[in-house]
Design a protein around this ligand. Sequence first.
Ligand SMILES: NC(=O)c1ccc[n+]([C@@H]2O[C@H](COP(=O)([O-])OP(=O)(O)OC[C@H]3O[C@@H](n4cnc5c(N)ncnc54)[C@H](O)[C@@H]3O)[C@@H](O)[C@H]2O)c1
Length: 324
Amino acid sequence: MKLLVTGGAGYVGSVTSRLLLDAGHEVVVLDSLRTGFREAVAPDATFVQADIADAGQVLTPDAGFDAVLHFAGLIAAGESMAKPELYWHENVVKSLALLDAIRAAKVPRVIFSSTAAVYGNPVELPITESAIKAPTSTYGSTKLTFDLALTSEAFAHNLAAVSLRYFNVAGAYIAEGHEIGERHDPETHLIPITLQVAAGKREKLQLFGDDYPTVDGTCVRDYIHVEDLARAHLLALDATVAGEHRIYNLGNGNGFSNRQVVEAAREVTGAEIPVEIAARRDGDPATLVASSDRAREDLGWTPRKNTLHDMIGDAWTFYRKHVA
Ligand SMILES: NC(=O)c1ccc[n+]([C@@H]2O[C@H](COP(=O)([O-])OP(=O)(O)OC[C@H]3O[C@@H](n4cnc5c(N)ncnc54)[C@H](O)[C@@H]3O)[C@@H](O)[C@H]2O)c1
C-alpha cells in the first residue's frame, strides 16, 4: 500500500514506519518536526516537512494513497491543562483539516493514535472499549473528540477507520541495523525518566503517592512495548472495513506498579536509582489496566515483549547509545 504517516519523526510513528517499510509498503512521512527528529525518519521513507493542517499539498486526489496513519499531535497531559487552547487547535482543529484533505483525496482508510486517556478514572477494571469515556485532561478530551469525528466520517462518507487506544508505550525497536526509541522533551513518561536517573542525568526519581490501594501503594499502569504496538498498526490496516470505525485498546493486560518499574530498571541498569515519594498528583487513578481482548480476537494481535525487562532493556539500549 502507499501510506501517509503523520508524525513519522516521533517515537511511535518512526517505529511503525520501519515495520511498514519492512513489510513492503511505500511510506511518505509528513511531520513538522515540532517535537520529532529528522534522523528518526526511516531513511527509505519519503520525508515531507509540513504541518498536518497543510496535508492537502501531499494528499492530492491523484497521489494514490491507500491509507493515512495519523500519529501527529501533542501528547503531554499536564501541558494540555495549562494550555488547553493549544491542544484543541493542534489535536482537533488541525486533525479535522487533515480529515478534510483525506476526504478530498478519497483516501479509503485511516488509522488513528488514540489513547487510554479518553477513559479517565475507570469504573471497572480491566478497561474495555465500551467503558465510560470521561477524560480527566484536555489532552484526553482532544483525542476523544477526534475519535468521535472519525465515527461520523466513517458512517457518512464510507471511510474505513480504526482508532488504536494505546496505554503506556515503552521500549525501543532494536533490530539488525535499527535502533529507534523515545526522546520526548520535556520527558513526562516514567520509564525514560527512570533511565535519566540511572544515567546520572537526574538526581532522583519522584514517585507521586505510595498510599494507593495497590500491591505496594504506588500507581499501577499497563505498559506496552512499542514494537508490539507498531505491529498492531499493520494488523489494523488489514482489518479496516469501509463505513466502519473500529476501536481497539492496546495494552498488555498486566499492570506494573511504579515501584516494580524502578526495581526492574535497577536490575537492567545496575544503577541505584534513588527514589523520593512525593504527594499524590490530582487526577492520577490508582490503577489503569487495559482489556485488549477485542484486538486479540479481531486482529489476531498478541503482545510478545510484555515483561518490564523486555521494555526497559530495549529502552536502555537505545538511551545509552542515542540519548545519554
Ligand atoms: N507515547 C505514548 O505513551 C502514547 C500513549 C497514548 C497515545 N499516544 C499517541 O500516539 C501518537 C504518537 O505519540 P509519540 O509518543 O510518538 O509522540 P511524539 O511527540 O514522539 O511524536 C509526535 C510527532 O508528531 C509531530 N507533530 C506534532 N504536531 C504536528 C503537526 N501539527 N503537524 C505535523 N507533525 C506534527 C511531531 O513533530 C512528532 O514527530 C500521539 O498522537 C499520541 O497522542 C502516545
